[in-house]
Structure formats: C-alpha cells, structure tokens
Design a protein around this ligand. Sequence first.
Ligand SMILES: C[S@@+](CC[C@H](N)C(=O)[O-])C[C@H]1O[C@@H](n2cnc3c(N)ncnc32)[C@H](O)[C@@H]1O
Length: 226
Amino acid sequence: MDHPSQGIGVANKHPTKNPEFEGWAQPYTLLDLLFSRVRTRVVEITAPREGSKVLDLGTGTGGQAFAFGEKGFKVVAVDLSEKMLSVARRRNKYGNVVFKKADATSLPFRDSFFDVSCVSFVLHEVDHQTRERILAEMSRVTKPGGTTTIVDYALPKNPVFKHMVFSFVSSYENNNYPNFLWSNLVKLMEKKGIRVEEKHSMFMGTIKILRGIVTKPWAVSQTSVS
Ligand SMILES: C[S@@+](CC[C@H](N)C(=O)[O-])C[C@H]1O[C@@H](n2cnc3c(N)ncnc32)[C@H](O)[C@@H]1O
C-alpha cells in the first residue's frame, strides 16, 4: 500500500507525556465546529499538489487532518494524547487518513518523506526549546521544496481589541502562550530551513497562518553529493 505510514522507520526516542490534553478530547471536537472555516482555509493556503503526502502534527481530534483527507491527500496525523487520538479515530471516515501516537519532537518518519507538514495550535502550548525541536522535525521529514504550514494564535493590531484578546486567551492557556506571541516565529522557521513565503490572518487578526517552503540547504547539498 502506498501510504505515508510506510515512512515510519525511526524509533520514537524521546517520547514525552502530555497529561494536559487527556481530559479535553471530547469537548475539543466542539472547537472543530467553530474552526471549520480555518481548516478549509489552511488547505487552500497550503495548496498541496495532487497525490501529496501530508503530515499533521499534534492533530488533536483530527479536524485539520480531515480537511486535508477530504481533498484526497494521503494524511498521517500524530499526537501524544491517546484520548485525543481515540476521538480522532472514532471520527475518521477517510481511508486515506491514519492516526498514530508519536512525539512531534522526535518523529518516527524518515527524512524528506512528506510533501507537506502542518502544525496547528500546538506551538503556543510548548516551551521555546520544544517549539524549536518541532520545527526542526517538520523540516527534517518534509522534502526540500515541500510546504510547511503553521497555524496559531496572533494578536490583532487595534490596541483595545489586542488587550481583550490577550487577556481572554491568557485566562485559559498556559505560560508558554505569551512567550509564543513575542517569539520571532519567522526567524525560528528560517533557522530550521523553512522560508516563510506567505502570511495570512483570520478572525480579525486573532489567528495567523504561515506558509513556508522547506529549503534545508544542508539536505539538498547532501543529496547532490551522493
Ligand atoms: C491545542 S491542541 C491542537 C489540536 C489540533 N492541531 C487543532 O488544531 O485542533 C494541541 C495538541 O497538541 C498535542 N501535542 C502537544 N505536544 C505534542 C508533542 N510533542 N507531540 C505530539 N503532539 C503534541 C496535544 O496532545 C494536543 O492534542
């Protein structure tokens, strides 16, 4: 079977526990209803080529993975949380979408296996070091010239609205959220061999979608030598 799950070949060396999400799996599907426009927009912006193999990291209950799957792409979606994955699997009606338990900082896939990698609403949850490791793994498992899409919180420009959004989101998110907002994501992606080509915003500037191209010059030069 020509499915992306065949790319699994590297052991998951540093699995990490993620108890924070274990109790959220079922209510989280309600957010998927709210975010359905975002999911569709992410697929449009990512614009994978026909037959693309897509990786969705930190998939949760699978909303973004299903949006890619619906368009016929071969999708592998990973998460650390068994509960999230069991809800995702129960909802899955696509033969071209598979869910796996894996740590996004240490993915069990070989280099340059996917055409597209996507991470939505995960990077604000994790500390700076973990964020870097996730981006490094996205770069590693995506082909040079492939696409990576990052979807996450942003702050609107209007100062009053900005303050309201920040206060509201801070009330339920962990301490990594402010750290994520002030971090230079574009620079961090570039450091990991991903060049940001497009920036989009949704819901009055509260959500950003970054579309990057994987350049990783180190991988290209290795390929051309051999
Ligand atoms: C806020 S949810 C986002 C879920 C989904 N991507 C979405 O857009 O709805 C964050 C998810 O990331 C997962 N997660 C956090 N750290 C992870 C890691 N290191 N590896 C894999 N999944 C991780 C959590 O278990 C959780 O399901």
